[in-house]
Design a protein around this ligand. Structure first.
Ligand code: NAD
Ligand code: K
Ligand code: MN
Length: 350
């Protein structure tokens, strides 16, 4: 790569407060990267209210034609149906075929000699399941009836399965847990489970060293809270993966520290797992760490491991002593103070 062009889509709410921190992190490691440039792009609820579309065609075009990768903040999606509005992040994942949503959840212990109690990766299928959003409201004999299509395909389940096996293989424990509910949804979740299980036999022994386990989604959440250390890599259909990763965030203190990437074969987009947090937006107190870690995860995915390591180390060295923290982690520092502290610890490594 001769240059690295990063699309920045802060979108709504605290997305606008935390994406600048992710940008700063990339700038702080830029000596280890090809020449970096940023392009500001619009999307989200505010964009919808001003322009009538939540995802302007210009944004998609620029991402496809000019950007190597992107950082997405968070969007405010109304819970009621609004004519003409559709979530831009769900659309972007489909538009750019970002079929894998990878969400590492890792605790940082105050004593660095102790292993983390939670160290897992949720691998979420990112394009189908109930998120195809094919919903219908009709009136039946007893009043309103709502239906939704839950699409599971062999192709999408196999390719997310392959990503999950590759991630599991690269980790010390090499354990993959398939999350499903095929005791009830034997056709849809049954296909997901079978497709993931079919990956190793089709891979010439590449994944022979990966241990495969299965867990029903409800008891998986139960076990996650009782004994998080049992999990290594978890692979799940879209909705279960969304819920499990938000739940796992509680184990490590806050949604504000959990990063993700949306990855496809040709593009990657970093994104904090949290939403636009309207309850704290505009106050300058949002935790920037999920976004900073998302930048590192994105760089790592692009092959820049050394700068990603430096960002992660600076974050861990901020979290472990626990002195410079935002309110969600029990501290009183601002977004800017935490960002500044992390940047200082990145710079100290050069
Ligand atoms: P949320 O993640 O926005 O917030 C949940 C709770 O966590 C809130 O109390 C919030 O203050 C706190 N929190 C989240 N991120 C934080 C951070 N960085 N620092 C400190 N505290 C943080 O979820 P929600 O309240 O269910 O949803 C709010 C809006 O966000 C909704 O409109 C929803 O549609 C949207 N949302 C968007 C995405 C996305 O952009 N991919 C994801 C989830 C929710
Ligand atoms: K988000
Ligand atoms: Mn979520």
């Amino acid at each position: 790569r001769k240059s690295l062009t990063v699309g920045l889509i802060p979108a709504d709410g605290i997305g606008r407060e935390v994406i600048p921190a992710a940008r700063d992190a990339i700038l702080a490691v830029q000596t280890e990267l090809p020449p970096v440039s940023f392009v500001d792009l619009l999307a989200g609820w505010d964009t919808f209210t001003r322009t009538g579309t939540a995802l302007p065609a210009e944004t998609v075009k620029t991402l496809k034609e000019e950007c190597d990768c992107a950082l997405f903040g968070s969007v405010s999606s109304p819970s009621r149906k609004v004519a003409g509005y559709s979530s831009p992040i769900v659309a972007l994942r489909k538009e750019l075929d970002l079929y894998a949503n990878i969400r590492p959840v890792r605790s940082v212990s105050a004593d660095p000699s102790k292993p983390p109690t939670t160290d897992l990766i949720v691998v979420r299928e990112n394009t189908e399941c109930l998120y195809v959003k094919d919903e219908k409201l009709t009136t039946g004999e007893h009043g309103k009836e709502a239906r939704a299509i839950r699409l599971i395909t062999e192709r999408a389940s196999t390719r997310i399965g392959r990503i999950a096996f590759e991630l599991a293989k690269a980790r010390p424990r090499k354990l993959l847990t398939i999350i499903h509910k095929s005791n009830v949804l034997s056709v849809t979740d049954g296909l997901f489970r079978e497709s993931v299980r079919a990956v190793p036999p089709a891979s010439n022994g590449a994944f022979d060293d990966v241990t495969i386990e299965e867990q029903l989604v409800d008891s998986a959440v139960y076990r996650l809270f009782r004994e998080p250390q049992i999990y290594d890599v978890m692979v799940a259909p879209n909705l279960y993966g969304d819920i499990i990763s938000d739940a796992a965030a509680a184990l490590v203190g806050s949604l504000g520290v959990i990063p993700s990437i949306n990855a496809g074969d040709n593009f990657v987009m970093g994104e904090p797992v949290h939403g636009s947090a309207p309850d704290i937006a505009g106050k300058g107190i949002a935790n920037p760490i999920a976004s900073i870690r998302s930048a590192a995860l994105m760089l790592r995915h692009l092959g820049y491991a050394s700068p990603a390591d430096k960002i992660d180390k600076a974050v861990n060295d901020t979290l472990a002593p626990g002195k410079v923290l935002t309110a969600d982690l029990g501290g009183s520092s601002s977004t800017q103070e935490v960002t500044g502290h992390v940047m200082k610890l990145i710079q100290a490594q050069y």
